[in-house]
Design a protein around this ligand. Structure first.
Ligand SMILES: *Cc1c(COP(=O)(O)O)cnc(C)c1O
Length: 382
């Protein structure tokens, strides 16, 4: 099997794989009730959320979770601000427009984030009711300052919603302490499961916003459809609204337990350290990052410019060496960069990270770019 080093789906741990691979159970079976119920409580811990926050586990993906956030908080005609950092900001803005929300997008150069002043100006003195931001934008490798954005939104009386699909469980996020209202992700990114679940934790202010809506959200995405289900499972009672992927629920509990095993501090530090080592190796290979500054560079992936004279065929060349990486995603730069994921269970296998550095270095060499692979591998060790 090739090594899966894209920004999701990612390599998963042997225990999670085993938990997901049994015969499917009924959604009403005792083992599923237990896995589902336990996972909801574990999500609050992993998200560093308050006891009153409501976790949701949905059949679907990150996009499903985004659409739940886009449709449960604002009515048609309401205003919202979207902090633009790349491809997934555009998706969020489009979902909000389809809900009839008036969207102000605060722009930035690709590889940069809008300034807090610009975001503050867009929020004005409080007519936008919500601020949406992508914690780590998978298309650019840029990370926003979620703490500062959450505080800014709260100061202006707006909700703050963070798409954590490429960040949750890897990048520091303190939902309660920072006063963030919604933090969402998908199962196949840093959480470390196969694709198939959208995962959200929703705070009290956001739950209140749903109660005040005039126009109901789509039934299958409505907080109100799912809250009774989540409450029932958390109390270890079976319940039904729409069938969840039961095999993934078994894996979810194991993945969250593994994530919480050494505490979230250790988990954040592990990702920071791995990212630092990967960046040292990229620098030794002469590669430069798309994010413009260290403090806005994500720890979950590297978005790297293709060097002079090397084209997008690099990804296939790396693939020949047993490592799967991703091409560019942002339309304006798509053919000028590539992306390498480094999040989740694979960080427990430094040999896999080393193999990735080696494969990238050798592929560059094969395409005529002069590199010192040994120097990159030794930079990785420091
Ligand atoms: C992957 C990703 C999504 C979309 O998730 P899907 O599971 O593919 O629907 C949304 N936002 C970000 C930041 C992502 O990385």
């Amino acid at each position: 099997m090739p090594l899966l080093m894209i920004p999701g789906p990612v390599e998963i741990s042997p225990r999670v794989l085993e938990a997901c691979s049994g015969a499917p159970s009924s959604h009403l079976a005792p083992d599923i009730i237990e896995a589902f119920g336990a996972s909801l409580g574990l999500m609050r811990k992993a998200w560093l959320a308050s006891d009153s926050a409501q976790p949701f586990v949905l059949p679907g993906s990150g996009t499903t979770a985004m659409e739940m956030a886009a449709t449960n908080l604002l009515d048609p005609g309401d205003e919202a601000v979207v902090v633009w950092t790349g491809y997934f900001s555009d998706r969020m803005a489009e979902m909000l427009r389809r809900r009839g929300v008036k969207v102000t997008v605060v722009e930035a150069e690709p590889g940069d984030v809008p300034s807090l002043d610009a975001v503050g100006a867009a929020l004005g003195s409080g007519s936008p009711r919500a601020l949406f931001a992508t914690h780590v934008d998978t298309s650019t490798g840029v990370r926003v300052d979620a703490r500062a954005l959450a505080r800014l939104a709260a100061d202006r009386g707006a909700l703050s919603i963070f798409d954590g699909v490429c960040a949750t469980g890897a990048e520091r996020f303190e939902m309660q302490a920072w006063g963030a209202d919604v933090y969402l992700t998908a199962s196949q990114k840093a959480v470390g499961l196969p694709a198939g679940l959208g995962l959200l934790v929703v705070g009290e202010r956001a739950l209140e916003a749903r109660k005040r809506l005039r126009v109901a959200p789509p039934l299958s995405l409505d907080f109100d459809s799912w809250i009774p289900i989540m409450r029932a499972y958390e109390e270890r009672r079976p319940s039904y609204f729409a069938t969840p992927p039961t095999t993934l629920l078994r894996g979810l509990r194991v993945a969250l337990e593994e994530m919480l095993d050494g505490g979230m501090e250790a988990r954040f530090a592990e990702h920071e350290r791995a990212a630092r080592r990967m960046r040292a190796a990229w620098a030794a290979l002469g590669l430069s990052l798309l994010p413009k500054r260290e403090e806005i560079t994500a720890n979950t992936l590297s978005a790297l410019y293709l060097p002079e004279g090397v084209g997008p065929e690099l990804a296939a060349e790396i693939g020949k060496r047993g490592v799967v990486v991703a091409g560019g995603l942002l339309p304006a730069l798509r053919t000028r960069y590539f992306r390498v994921g480094h999040m989740g269970a694979v960080l427990k296998r430094p040999e896999a990270l080393r193999a990735t550095v080696g494969a990238v270095g050798e592929a560059l060499g094969a395409l005529g770019h002069r590199v010192d692979v040994a120097a990159a591998l030794s930079a990785f060790e420091t």
